[in-house]
Design a protein around this ligand. Structure first.
Ligand SMILES: NC(=O)c1ccc[n+]([C@@H]2O[C@H](COP(=O)([O-])OP(=O)(O)OC[C@H]3O[C@@H](n4cnc5c(N)ncnc54)[C@H](OP(=O)(O)O)[C@@H]3O)[C@@H](O)[C@H]2O)c1
Length: 210
């Protein structure tokens, strides 16, 4: 599959690199001018290329949005029209100092992104910490990490679920896009556990069924 990546930071690089290793074609885009986009390209090897956000949209059958909440407006403006494209958002609405969420409970980052890009088919999934994904073996205690995803378009959700499986994650369908109101606080909780409560970033959530 061709995947356009907007945001070649921790998440864009970690996910894009794994997908490239699985044979997907990746176009990385969006940078403040740091060297991270070059590092992402080097990590992705022959299946990686770079371009602008608009080129990522034109290239990708799916577009991954992997930018900080504060940069979403600028990223979507640079992306241009998404024309029914699947927009896989891993954006959490973390405040810049990671002290909490900028929006929540009555809306979510995913819903605001869908409002700002009404022509896209938005699916949200918040995979585990980039440090976990970037590790060669990112199962924890031998177990696949569960990753909740949500959206309003069944076909788009099925595509994103497949992309999560390619990351060796266990996709859990959390329902419509409004479920992002509950997925995003769960992401915040993991940030809190990792960085404020001292558990470190090698953590993940597992859904158990009885
Ligand atoms: N990190 C995690 O473990 C994790 C886990 C789950 C979800 N998330 C969510 O995933 C999203 C991405 O997180 P991340 O850790 O990958 O962020 P990050 O490492 O800061 O990467 C952000 C990327 O966007 C680019 N960027 C940011 N602002 C820009 C601007 N104004 N103009 C042009 N380029 C800009 C950065 O370019 P430069 O490198 O050049 O600055 C970088 O390529 C966030 O919404 C976060 O909440 C993160």
């Amino acid at each position: 599959m061709r995947i356009g990546v907007i945001g070649a930071g921790n998440m864009g690089t970690a996910m894009g690199t794994i997908w490239a290793a699985k044979g997907h074609q990746i176009l990385f885009s969006f940078t403040n001018g740091s060297m991270r986009l070059q590092k992402a390209l080097a990590a992705a090897g022959v299946n990686g290329r770079s371009g602008t956000p608009a080129e990522a949209v034109a290239f990708g059958e799916v577009v991954l949005l992997a930018v900080p909440w504060a940069a979403v407006g600028e990223a979507l403006k640079a992306a241009g029209l998404l024309k029914s494209k699947v927009l896989f958002s891993c954006v959490n609405c973390l405040k810049p100092d990671f002290s909490g969420l900028a929006v929540g409970t009555t809306t979510s980052a995913a819903e605001e992104i869908a409002r700002a890009a009404p022509d896209a088919r938005v699916v949200e999934a918040l995979p585990p910490m980039a440090e976990v994904l970037a590790a060669a073996h990112h199962r924890l205690a031998g177990q696949q990490i569960s990753t909740f995803y949500c959206g309003d378009d069944a076909e788009a959700k099925a595509i994103v679920a497949g992309m999560l499986r390619d990351l060796d994650l266990e996709p859990i369908d959390a329902g419509p896009l409004t479920s992002a109101r509950y997925i995003e606080p769960n992401g915040m909780l993991q940030v809190q556990l990792a960085y404020r409560m001292g558990l470190g970033s090698r953590i993940g959530i597992k859904l158990l069924r009885g």
